[in-house]
Design a binder for this molecule. Structure first.
Ligand code: SF4
Length: 370
């Protein structure tokens, strides 16, 4: 099902405060002659109460509200199109101030709602099984654009889930698994996580947030130390030749080094595991031998596996392994004592499942020729 957003596009104007942390807003309050705590109140209005205009922020002095209105806006990304899957998954084509677009996916389950957000428009990494990888990188998303995806998702969830399920009307988990390599946009991810975590605002704990990376080794430890998020690694093969074939980044950051970095990841313990994601590609990485080699490879890493049945997209060069093959592969990993789950594809009918996101945004011609 597909619905077009009736709201017309807003013209870019004053800078939006979406993406400003509580510290930033306190500084703005001081600049405007207020006590710093007025900035914290402003933060609450923006992120907790989801206020869309300064006028409604009734506990802020009128003079402060007027100054804010003169200089800033509360503009957020706009949902251009919405796609609704038969299984309840929703994909939003989200449009930003410059007209570029990224996709955000909301996956409702029995007792939780997971939000999959994008970190870049396009991607530099050209993983061969991923639709986003066929779209050249246009640019990184700003912290405001990353947080903005969470804000508009919250709003949509409030509008779209029926009243009987009111208590479930909240985002329980966030996965940075949408378009782009989040560790190539580290500073903006860091800033957005700070805002998303803040108890005075969106208040989603970093224990509920998972960052998925193709394995940018120098940033992995930094991610653990500075962001403290759950980590998922796109592994997809136990041997360098195959992995390089499907993930060219493996040439730069080969498997052995990647596993070493995983062992050093600060958050990892017997109860907190790294997730290895493994897309099941017919006759490419799905043999019994591959499974046995994986077991050897991850020895000593506190980890579990998510097997992802390959989700096809237009002109995809691969096929998904058979169900029987996936089950046999899973059994080998489980028999070795590893946790191994098969991910149920969600939103397949609207191209919202893993590896299926892509937009029409392109690098402008004048930038291409630089
Ligand atoms: S899998 Fe992730 S890193 Fe690889 S091309 Fe797709 S979006 Fe980029």
């Amino acid at each position: 099902m597909f619905t077009k957003n009736p709201v017309s596009e807003t013209k870019v104007g004053k800078p939006s405060l979406i993406g400003y942390s509580s510290k930033d807003l306190s500084e703005i309050a001081v600049e405007m002659g207020q006590e710093p705590f007025k900035g914290l109140q402003l933060f609450k209005w923006i992120y907790e109460k989801n206020s869309k205009d300064f006028e409604s922020m009734t506990d802020l002095p009128k003079d402060f509200r007027n100054k804010l209105f003169t200089k800033y806006s509360l503009r957020r990304p706009m949902i251009k199109n919405q796609y609704i899957s038969e299984d309840g998954t929703r994909k939003w084509l989200t449009s930003f101030d410059d007209g570029n677009q990224a996709e955000t996916v909301m996956i409702p389950e029995d007792n939780r709602i997971t939000l999959c957000i994008s970190s870049q428009i396009g991607c530099t990494l050209t993983c061969k099984f991923c639709y986003t990888g066929t779209q050249r990188l246009v640019r990184n998303l700003s912290a405001g654009e990353i947080v903005g995806q969470v804000i508009i998702a919250k709003e949509q969830i409030n509008n779209c889930i029926d009243d009987k399920n009111k208590e479930k009307k909240t985002i329980s988990n966030i996965v940075l698994m949408g378009m782009g390599e989040p560790l190539y946009n580290f500073n903006n991810i860091k800033k957005s996580i700070e805002i998303i975590n803040d108890k005075k605002g969106l208040s989603i704990s970093n224990k509920k947030i998972t960052l998925s990376t193709s394995g940018i080794i120098p940033q992995i430890i930094k991610c653990g130390e500075e962001l403290g998020l759950n980590l998922a690694i796109s592994l997809h093969s136990p041997d360098d030749d195959t992995r390089t074939k499907i993930m060219p980044i493996n040439k730069k950051y080969p498997i052995k080094e990647l596993i070493k970095a995983c062992k050093l990841y600060p958050q990892i313990s017997n109860t907190k595991l790294i997730t290895f994601e493994y897309v099941m590609l017919k006759d490419l990485n799905d043999s019994d031998e591959d499974a046995k080699n994986l077991v050897k490879l991850v020895k000593g890493v506190n980890c579990k596996f998510n097997l992802i049945p390959f989700n096809a997209w237009p002109n995809a060069p691969y096929e998904c392994s058979s169900n029987d093959r996936i089950l046999k592969f899973q059994k080998i990993l489980q028999d070795s004592g590893l946790g191994c789950f098969i991910r149920t594809p969600r939103g397949l009918d609207i191209l919202a499942a893993c590896g299926q996101l892509k937009t029409d945004s392109k690098i402008p011609n004048h930038r291409k020729s630089l």
